[in-house]
Design a protein around this ligand. Structure first.
Ligand code: GTP
Ligand code: MG
Length: 149
């Protein structure tokens, strides 16, 4: 099954949104296979967003993420990368639809609560960056047969 790296950013934690966010992914039918709370190093935060290294907001983004804490997670399920991004909503919260995480809770693009991988390649890179191979749990969800036909 497909896996996505989903991370609640420091603003999401300080605003008390951890349970709400996990609840949405869990209720959808996705399977949580890794989770940890941490204050990422500046090096880790820089690597995570390295595709944006040339953008003007990059230094602020890295400083913000590494201020921590973050909740780093891996969620698994059919099309979780694409659909997870749909649940998260557009990058700028003012452009995202109500009902999405950013649409429901965010206002500023630099405080948009949550990250989600944007492709299979990004997901693989990000999961390997944030988690060791032994940190991903392999198991079958009992509800699986009620979620998938
Ligand atoms: P992530 O899931 O966090 O990767 O967001 P995204 O994929 O929706 O957007 P993108 O990868 O293009 O940008 C990464 C992050 O940089 C965003 O989530 C924003 O927090 C931040 N960001 C993007 N564009 C801007 C901008 O124009 N200004 C500021 N201040 N931050 C930005
Ligand atoms: Mg992105």
């Amino acid at each position: 099954q497909e896996k996505s790296f989903i991370m609640i950013k420091p603003d999401g934690i300080h605003r008390g949104l951890i349970a709400d966010i996990i609840k949405r992914f869990e209720a959808k039918g996705y399977k949580l296979v890794a989770i940890k709370v941490m204050v990422p190093s500046k090096d880790l935060a820089s690597k995570h967003y390295e595709e944006h290294a040339q953008r003007p907001f990059y230094p602020g983004l890295v400083t913000f993420l590494s201020s921590g804490p973050v909740v780093a997670m891996v969620w698994e399920g059919k099309d979780v990368i694409k659909y997870g991004r749909k649940m998260i909503g557009a990058t700028n919260p003012l452009a995202s639809t109500p009902g999405t995480i950013r649409g429901d809770y965010g206002i500023d693009v630099g405080r948009n609560i949550i990250h989600g991988s944007d492709s299979v390649e990004s997901a693989q890179r990000e999961i390997a960056l944030w988690f060791g191979a032994g940190e991903l749990a392999e198991y079958d969800l009992a509800m699986g047969k009620w979620v998938y036909e």
